[in-house]
Ligand binder design. Structure first.
Ligand SMILES: [Cu+2]
Length: 503
């Protein structure tokens, strides 16, 4: 199924094996990959962890075994081309979209801690774009923020290294000035999975990747993207654009299979422009094991999980149902709206996918670790500043985004608290680029467990506080509401992190 060429595209890049630069094979995923496409899904081989495929909503092809090198250090090099395409997102209809490498969602990047990543981005769109690597700690020039637009016909190489300790689930999407909601709605988003060599969970767990998104269509199958000045456009600007068609990794209500007794590892990404998912699997207690920046210290049992815009969750789904039964993963109603613009059907639960039990006799559940890893608490005694962010509709601290202004200035290595206060009657998910943070409390209630986060949803009239240490890279980093229409309308600011002074 997988050619050795396709596997070699992820190069073993240990220095002693390096060929002279000029002779080094430049492997492009776009050219060399022979991915197995099933509908809109693509399965990428994962040379380091045989048996685990990143995108896995369909029967998995055999993945060949390739012994990982003793000290893996790889360069993963690929090309992502954003271009118009005509795809069938819904049965029986063709839709003009924007796609990465011709698919929606774009290819899943299956990475390991320590990987050097080179992405050749080619913009074949009729407008400027970027690729933002949501949640990944990387240099400013690689962040794909509005500071570095790539013009139509242009290209940019994003070069970064995946840090140790950051294994988790991330995603990528465009982040151009004023056009993020439009481009994501047109189909530009994809998943990133980062794996750790010392992952504490059994490798035998079947893994599923669920990229949640929604969209809205006109009767002719085209995307419903109203003129910004029309009533529909103004409603999207207010609420953030939601759609009535829900997708899981590009599929509408797909079916996953599970054997009774089996434990599966699910990675869930909220890639929607504005929709919040309140996830529940009736008849099952979910075991959440991680969030935006990777694993928790210990698994946490949850009846439901609220996944704000841009957030991710890692879960263990325990197959406690009987053979040949089924369960439905649902998005329960979540009221994030002001009454004046609350959608009439907001209170309807929505089905996301069917979990079908096989007819096989129950299997014995695998033993799960009680401790996943250490998440050291950031030291509050080192805090040198508290940044107060007051959210109102489309504004932060009363200001709209100005690319020429620095809103917060600080120094690399400093530890600070951010207090994000939402004064209005609508939720705003707050996202910080460049650094992972730890939520301290929400409305004064201490966070029950520590996690690395890059988005915190701040419900209406509530306040969230987080602590962050700027231990990444200097640069000008965006912070913004992750309702993409709010971001596009200026609900964004600039954090300048200056290099620390050498003594
Ligand atoms: Cu917002």
């Amino acid at each position: 199924m997988w050619s050795s060429d396709a596997l070699r595209r992820i190069r073993d890049d240990r220095p002693e094996r390096r060929a002279p630069r000029g002779r080094r094979r430049l492997a492009s995923l776009a050219l060399l990959a022979s991915p197995v496409s099933i509908g809109a899904l693509t399965l990428w081989a994962n040379a380091g962890t045989p048996g685990l495929a990143a995108a896995d909503l369909a029967p998995r092809p055999a993945v060949p075994t390739l012994a990982p090198p003793a000290t893996p250090r790889r360069t993963v090099e690929l090309t992502l081309t954003a271009a118009p395409a005509r795809l069938s997102l819904q049965p029986g209809a063709a839709t003009d979209v924007f796609a990465y490498n011709g698919q929606v969602p774009g290819p899943t990047l299956d990475l390991r801690e320590g990987d050097s990543v080179i992405v050749h981005f080619r913009n074949r769109l009729p407008e400027p774009s970027t690729i933002h690597w949501h949640g990944i700690v990387l240099p400013f020039i690689a962040d794909g923020s509005p500071f570095h637009p790539v013009p139509p016909g242009g290209q940019h190489d994003y070069v970064f290294t995946i840090r140790r300790g950051t294994a988790g689930t991330y995603w990528y999407h465009p982040h151009p000035d004023h056009r993020t909601s439009y481009q994501v709605s047109k189909g530009l988003y994809g998943a990133i999975v980062v794996r750790a060599a010392d992952d504490p969970l059994p490798r035998s767990l079947p893994e599923k990747l669920l990229v949640l998104s929604d969209n809205r269509f006109l009767a002719d199958g085209s995307l419903d993207l109203p003129d910004p000045h029309s009533p529909g456009g103004r409603l999207d600007a207010e609420n953030g654009r939601e759609g009535d068609v829900l997708f899981v990794s590009g599929a509408i209500r797909p079916t996953l299979t599970i054997r009774s007794g089996e434990v599966q590892r699910w990675r869930v990404i909220n890639a929607s422009a504005a929709r919040v998912y309140r996830l529940a699997l009736p008849g099952h207690v979910l075991l959440q094991i991680g969030s935006d920046g990777g694993l928790f210290e210990r698994p946490v049992e949850r009846e439901e999980i609220v996944l704000g815009v841009g957030e991710r969750a890692e879960l263990l789904v325990r197959g406690t149902g009987a053979p040949n039964t089924r369960a439905v993963l649902r998005a329960l109603p979540y009221d994030r709206y002001i009454p004046q613009t609350r959608p009439v059907d907001w209170a309807e639960p929505r089905d996301l996918l069917t979990l079908q039990y096989t007819t096989e006799a129950p299997t014995t559940p695998v033993a799960l670790p009680a401790v996943l890893r250490r998440v050291p608490a950031l030291d509050t005694t080192l805090v040198t500043a508290t940044r107060v962010m007051v959210l109102t509709q489309h504004l932060i601290n009363g200001k709209g985004m100005d690319m020429g202004r620095v809103d917060v200035s600080t120094t690399l290595g400093a530890t600070e608290i951010w207090e994000v206060e939402n004064l209005v009657g609508m939720d705003h998910p707050f996202h910080l680029h460049g650094f992972q943070f730890q939520v301290l409390d929400r409305n004064g209630v201490p966070e029950p467990y520590r996690a690395w986060k890059d988005v915190v949803n701040v419900p209406r009239h509530e306040t969230a506080r987080f602590i962050v240490r700027y231990d990444g890279y200097p640069g000008k980093w965006m912070y913004h509401c992750h309702i993409l229409d709010h971001e596009d309308h200026g609900m964004m600011g600039v954090l300048e992190v200056k290099p620390s002074v050498e003594h």
